[in-house]
Design a protein around this ligand. Structure first.
Ligand code: ADP
Ligand code: MG
Length: 263
């Protein structure tokens, strides 16, 4: 049990404040190669519980590879990645446990096409979390309502719009009750009129305190929810700033150029 700090010298630290500085991801001198190609170069990145980080940068700069390393969809060759106290190494027995705690939403929604939306949501909780079907369905309905697609629960993915499919994919991740959510350009494959319905779900999730790493070029979203915005280029983190500073006076020339291009 954590003791409350109540000595005469120290102020009382409310529990919520104390937990907000819990380090949940610690990446140190991360390097990764695809054969000869040095895709991630000396990446240092710390994320505290409840923090929201937006990652942007040109195509091919290593954004997807970085977040895929965090749930071990990619292996790194040098440096360390610690997720919730677990070091990710070749002999990490806990990779499946880490993946249970780290939800991921991709650009291409990756729903199972032959399963209904409801079945998509209950599959992992039943098979991996060993929940009863009844409990899994209870949680599934909760998140289907949360992302506003409950009326489509018995349809197949192909019967839904892109925006609805992506909201279903987010709900599916949430059914595993992850501690961290990774998003890799979740709105890039959507028609423009569907982008906001997905961003709204992400904003709500952020407001509820989820720890989030989002690769996105939706700068309105970044301004609204990000604690920090990271700019990557050629496998490196070139800049990390609070949004106000990132957008108004970025320090790096490459960041300035990039921001001009996407506006
Ligand atoms: P981003 O998400 O920023 O567009 P990626 O992380 O997808 O960048 O890719 C970074 C670079 O690594 C790109 O040049 C890409 O072609 C290369 N790359 C990505 N995945 C692989 C892979 N599995 N094998 C070889 N090269 C890869
Ligand atoms: Mg990418």
């Amino acid at each position: 049990m954590k003791q409350a700090v109540m000595t005469a010298e120290a102020p009382i630290v409310p529990a919520s404040h104390a937990s907000s500085h819990e380090r949940i991801i610690a990446i140190k001198e991360l390097n990764k190669w695809f054969d000869e190609f040095h895709v991630l170069v000396d990446i240092d990145l710390n994320v505290d519980k409840g923090e929201k980080i937006v990652i942007c940068g040109p195509s091919g700069s290593g954004k997807s590879t970085l977040i895929r390393c965090i749930n071990r969809l990619e292996k790194h060759q040098r440096g360390s990645i610690n997720v919730m106290g677990h070091e990710l190494t070749d002999d990490t027995k806990d990779v499946s446990r880490i993946r249970q705690e780290v939800g991921m939403v991709f650009q291409s929604f990756n729903l199972f096409p032959h399963l209904s939306i409801l079945q998509n949501l209950t599959l992992a909780p039943i098979w991996i979390r060993k929940m009863s079907q009844r409990d899994a369905e209870k949680i599934a309905w909760k998140y289907l309502k949360r992302v506003n697609i409950a009326e489509h629960a018995h349809k197949f993915p192909s019967q839904l719009s892109g925006g609805q499919q992506q909201r279903a994919a987010i709900a599916r991740s949430l059914c595993m009750q992850p501690k961290i959510m990774l998003f890799d350009e979740p709105t890039s494959a959507l028609d423009p009129e569907m982008v906001n319905e997905v961003l709204d779900v992400m904003v709500t999730l952020a407001e509820e305190g989820m720890t989030m790493l989002c690769v996105t070029h939706e700068m309105g979203f970044a301004r609204r929810v990000a604690d920090h915005v990271i700019f990557m280029d050629e496998g490196k983190i070139v800049e990390r700033q609070v949004p106000e500073k990132f957008f108004s006076e970025p320090e790096n020339e490459r960041t300035r150029k990039f921001l001009k291009q996407i506006h």
